[in-house]
Design a protein around this ligand. Sequence first.
Ligand SMILES: NC(=O)c1ccc[n+]([C@@H]2O[C@H](COP(=O)([O-])OP(=O)(O)OC[C@H]3O[C@@H](n4cnc5c(N)ncnc54)[C@H](OP(=O)(O)O)[C@@H]3O)[C@@H](O)[C@H]2O)c1
Length: 274
Amino acid sequence: VGTLSGKVVLVTGASSGFGLGVAEALLARGAKVHAAARRLEPMRGLEAKGARLHAMDVTDDASVSEGVAQILAEDGRIDAVFNNAGYGAYGAIEAVAIDEVRRQFEVNLFGAGRVMQAVLPAMRAQGSGLIVNTASVVAHVPMPMLGWYAASKHALRAMSDAARLEVAPLGIRIVLIEPGAVKTGFDTVALDALDKTAHPAEYHALRKAFRNAMEGFYRNAPGPEATVAAVIAAMESEAPPRRYRTTADARWLPRVRALIGERLFDRLMMRVLK
Ligand SMILES: NC(=O)c1ccc[n+]([C@@H]2O[C@H](COP(=O)([O-])OP(=O)(O)OC[C@H]3O[C@@H](n4cnc5c(N)ncnc54)[C@H](OP(=O)(O)O)[C@@H]3O)[C@@H](O)[C@H]2O)c1
């Protein structure tokens, strides 16, 4: 995208965490920001700084297509999208109800895909555009008690990697952001889901150990600054890399697993969760 001044950018999940931070950083650089989330109130500060707000639920076809149509009607183009809305439906594979699993995929995978399908026609017509999708380190590394969330991010990674090859010849770039644990609103939502999901007694010890480990990770986790900076760097770059691993754990966990092998990694993981 190059210099961001005057560029038209859609940010989903702009009411909290990475999305809110990226929207603020874009406004500071003079971009025309379209901030989207289900809740409008937490985005009033962005509006005061010049953002256009969209009440958008990424699980709803009409909500997404109307939002994108409004952007095109107002600004005539979309230069970049931070495709970021998402949450963690934590719990054991056996315990998370299939309806909740569907909702997980509806937001994290189909929601991101729905936004891509809505903006790609305009980007094709322009012959340019950038889409930054938000995966996670758990798209590479397995962990118990967050398997359905990890599955949604694995799927998002696969879908993004395929789309990247399809649209590159059209002048459109797709980039993946892969953070590890970062202090945003994410851990509260994910651990709440874990607590509210009824588990058979056989899982109680693992659930408790996992919860303690997560609380520890998040207590020591960095804030969203490095991840926000990576999204901005991708948007300012003429030739961004395929993926940005934005935290130390996102860089070392996949490397350690590749180095020591799955067997030993699984044992270490379960020792941490004893
Ligand atoms: N923080 C981490 O540790 C971490 C690590 C790796 C990846 N990620 C990913 O980073 C992304 C952003 O998360 P975050 O850490 O910034 O968490 P967050 O502070 O909880 O923000 C999540 C955002 O997603 C929006 N959202 C959720 N469901 C939505 C829906 N159905 N339609 C539209 N918007 C929806 C929320 O807005 P409303 O509720 O107002 O709609 C909120 O703005 C997510 O995809 C998450 O999976 C986070």
